[in-house]
Design a protein around this ligand. Structure first.
Ligand SMILES: Cc1cc2nc3c(=O)[nH]c(=O)nc-3n(C[C@H](O)[C@H](O)[C@H](O)COP(=O)(O)OP(=O)(O)OC[C@H]3O[C@@H](n4cnc5c(N)ncnc54)[C@H](O)[C@@H]3O)c2cc1C
Length: 288
């Protein structure tokens, strides 16, 4: 590993100042689970590493006034998995965090680090997109927000600009009656990355009509995929098994998987259809 200077700011302002001083030669570190591997492989070679562990404004998980949830960037996966606030907001989100790697990694890796790393096979991104999350991003010049499905730009690439820090992910209130699920297809080992994953949120009204639906997939393209065609085919429709099967089939046109050791692109495309159908059918059955 190339030598670097390590900085441990205690506030966001100090963090911004360091990023401004060292520019492109600085790299943020949260839990370090992904970054240390990149440093060891020489894929990033910063002269200055800015550790976020002591930045108080980046810590914690809290309910928002209107009934939403805020997960600050330095919350670990384990903290989120054990959080009473997350449980009260959406039990399926607790399960989602419990799917990340092993307890050891979950104790160290952070939610902000996971999103900023932007590996398309990670678990929280599709779930947080299905929950309509907003990324809150700050820099010396102020704060900006963007829907999480716009945050992921390409393979391991986000909309974060030099000098910016991901501060939190904010989730809006879940309307009453919304059911949520996360399906991680893991044909190899339980602590593996997904071959394909599907997160879905469904609200069914009187008479079985779909009032709202959100579907997002992981490991199905170079970024998480927000499956808008599937959603459009269901919203406002009276739902039954055939409608769900037909809508899930549309996901094949929305994903663009990569061939890798977890399967061929063709296999993953088919698994995306299968697991989208299963997730939505499970939510419809639970709504009956
Ligand atoms: C063995 C192993 C198995 C894994 N399995 C899974 C799995 O099954 N599912 C899954 O979802 N993930 C898995 N992961 C990935 C893991 O979730 C991520 O490594 C972790 O969440 C990254 O968080 P971190 O805090 O360690 O980030 P770091 O490694 O510290 O940082 C990662 C990147 O994000 C940037 N960054 C960090 N915080 C911020 C911020 N606040 N603002 C801007 N940029 C920031 C850093 O500069 C760096 O580029 C696995 C990782 C390992 C090592």
């Amino acid at each position: 590993m190339n030598p670097f200077d390590y900085h441990a700011p205690t506030s966001l302002q100090e963090t911004f100042d360091l990023l401004n001083t060292y520019g492109e030669d600085a790299h943020l570190m949260a839990g370090g689970t992904a970054l240390v591997l990149l440093l060891q492989q020489g894929l990033v070679q910063p002269g200055h590493v800015v550790g976020l562990q002591k930045v108080a404004e980046l810590k914690g998980i809290r309910r928002l006034d209107v009934g939403g949830l805020q997960i600050r960037a330095m919350a670990t996966h384990r903290e989120a998995e054990k959080s009473a606030e997350v449980q009260a907001y959406c039990p399926a989100l607790v399960e989602n965090f419990a799917h990340v790697a092993t307890i050891r990694i979950r104790n160290q890796g952070t939610v902000g680090g996971n999103l900023a790393h932007a590996d398309p096979a990670q678990d929280p991104p599709p779930m947080l997109i299905a929950l309509n999350g907003q990324a809150v991003i700050a820099s010396r010049t102020g704060e900006r927000r963007m829907p999480l499905d716009e945050f992921f730009v390409d393979f391991f690439e986000t909309a974060l600009q030099p000098g910016e820090v991901l501060v939190s992910i904010d989730l809006p209130p879940l309307p009453a009656g919304t059911r949520v699920t996360y399906k991680k297809f893991l044909p190899r080992t339980q602590d593996d990355y997904a071959t394909v994953s599907v997160a879905a949120a469904l609200r069914v009204g009187a008479g079985g009509t779909c009032e709202d639906v959100r579907v997002a997939l992981g490991a199905a393209a170079t970024t998480p995929v927000h499956a808008r065609k599937v959603e459009d085919a269901l919203r406002g429709q009276r739902l039954d098994a055939q409608k769900i099967k037909d809508a899930a089939a549309l996901v094949r046109d929305e994903v663009d998987p990569l061939d890798d050791l977890r399967g061929s692109a063709g296999y993953k495309r088919e698994m995306a259809r299968v697991w989208t159908q299963r997730a939505l059918q499970e939510l419809l059955d639970a709504s009956a």
